[in-house]
Design a binder for this molecule. Structure first.
Ligand SMILES: O=c1ccn([C@@H]2O[C@H](COP(=O)(O)O)[C@@H](O)[C@H]2O)c(=O)[nH]1
Length: 271
């Protein structure tokens, strides 16, 4: 099954548009979890088991593992996700993109080494820098369009031929890059107006929406402005607000509760 087929099936089966972000930060772990490979894996596994029921996808952020030298934990975590929660797609948030020969290695890293179902990619270098990902029709390519951070507009809003650059990215991906039907876009929850504009450009293509929770985005506005015609089309991603909902012994239950509450907030807005 391809990433897009798996995502559609999971939206349906879970009745959830929540993507649980996995950004391990040992300083925020509860007592008893070390910052080494073992501790990172054990913490993330507990979070995954507590939240899978409410998740349409998981999104491990590669820098949070690599900075700790915990790449083995990431490999084991994705293998664990596939084995214990089959059917829940895994998006590796790596924001890759480089000249073709290097991009090929990034594609191998995401899809062979880590066995991710999809990867985030940066379109700044142009189509050839993303082509090795696009060529993998069975895997997803989630392309940065209008990011959630405060400085997103510095470059992404620059007006080119009468419209902002992020709208060109949206059009180009929807019209030209999505030949294999395996593309999605990233648009931050912190920009509801831009979400609405992007949805109008791209039809039903999925949008990964980080920025609810710790970054303050409004989940209801995300759904109102950017759900697709059938009420899906979104992966509303939250990391810290779920992972660190409690740093006590109840951390996993608190994470499950936070994921469930986000799912319910989103679903109330879908009706
Ligand atoms: O525009 C973007 C693209 C990616 N991210 C990533 O999502 C999570 C957000 O974490 P929170 O704790 O829910 O704020 C993180 O991994 C970012 O690297 C993003 O925030 N914005």
């Amino acid at each position: 099954m391809s990433f897009m087929q798996a995502l559609k099936a999971r939206w349906n089966d879970s009745a959830s548009l929540v993507c649980v972000g996995l950004d391990p930060e040992p300083a925020k772990f509860p007592t008893g979890f070390a910052g080494d490979d073992e501790g990172v894996f054990d913490f993330c596994r507990a979070i995954v088991d507590a939240t899978a029921e409410y998740a349409c996808a998981f999104k491990p952020q590669i820098a949070h593992f690599a900075a700790l030298g915990a790449e083995d934990a990431l490999t084991r975590l994705i293998a664990y996700l596939h084995a214990s929660h089959p059917g829940v797609p895994v998006i590796l948030d790596a924001k890759r993109g480089d000249i073709g020969s290097t991009a090929q290695q990034y594609a191998r890293e995401a899809f062979e080494r880590y066995a991710a179902d999809a990867v985030t990619a940066n379109p700044y270098l142009g189509r050839d820098s993303v082509q090795p990902f696009l060529d993998r029709a069975d895997r997803g390519v989630v392309i940065l369009c209008r990011t959630s951070n405060p400085g997103a507009g510095d470059l992404q809003d620059l007006v080119v031929d009468g419209r902002p650059l992020y709208q060109h990215v949206a059009s180009m991906v929807a019209r030209d890059w999505n030949e294999n039907g395996n593309c999605a876009l990233v648009v931050g929850a912190t920009w509801p107006e831009q979400l609405r504009e992007v949805r109008a450009i791209i039809g039903n293509m999925p949008i990964l929406v980080p920025g609810v929770g710790a970054q303050g985005g409004d989940a209801e506005a995300v759904v109102r402005n950017a759900a697709s015609a059938d009420g899906t089309g979104l992966l509303v991603s939250s990391s810290r607000a779920i992972l660190y909902a409690s740093n006590g012994a109840d951390f996993a239950e608190a994470a499950g509760r936070a994921a469930r509450e986000l799912r319910d907030t989103i679903n109330a807005a879908r009706r």
